[in-house]
Design a protein. Structure first.
Length: 189
């Protein structure tokens, strides 16, 4: 992948988290890819198309399925939903990271993937420390990279309870901060 490549989409907005994640990963590699639809050349195409990958599972798992196809001049990620597209982009980003010697070189491959379990969870305990919201958002980003989709925050006194303000420790998270964190996580599925 180099600057001759461009990104196109079908059924997904350029502001979608999957598209933004791909562009951020490219930028981290020093590349800014065009989104020009009318330009010829190699393309990374992102799309949402229900039932592209038949998982044989429940609807919640079906939504998370995706198809990733890599050929010489086309990379295509098709999600059964926006959620599936997001997970497909995560796999693409992992492939772009390379093998430690060479990055941005992809194998020609077809991957059909979906999770076995609906709930893939991590636990974050704030019992003995107070993290910043920025740190917790970075944690959610890392969870998303590994296709984890739930977090159990153990807050105890690190939440400023509106009805019992004396329970919260100094600097405890406000309701607004927690809502911001929840929204950030939901955007990343």
């Amino acid at each position: 992948i180099d600057t001759s490549w461009r990104v196109t989409t079908t059924g997904v907005a350029s502001t979608d988290i999957a598209v933004q994640t791909l562009h951020a990963a490219m930028k981290d590699e020093g590349l800014i890819l065009s989104q020009a639809e009318d330009r010829a050349g190699p393309v990374i195409h992102l799309a949402v198309q229900p039932d592209t990958v038949a998982t044989g599972g429940e609807a919640d798992l079906q939504r998370q399925g995706y198809l990733l196809t890599v050929t010489r001049d086309r990379v295509e990620v098709i999600g059964n939903s926006r959620e599936g597209l997001f997970y497909g982009v995560q796999t693409l980003v992992q492939l772009l990271a390379g093998d430690g010697r060479q990055n941005l070189v992809l194998p020609e491959v077809t991957i059909r993937d979906w999770p076995t379990y609906q709930l893939r969870i991590c636990h974050w305990d704030t019992k003995h420390h107070q993290d910043r919201i920025k740190t917790l958002k970075r944690y959610l980003d890392w969870m998303a990279k590994f296709k984890l989709n739930a977090v159990s925050f153990e807050l105890e006194d690190k939440f400023a309870y509106p009805s019992h303000p004396t329970i919260g420790a100094p600097g405890a998270f406000t309701s607004e901060q927690m809502q911001d964190l929840v929204n950030y996580g939901l955007a990343r599925h």
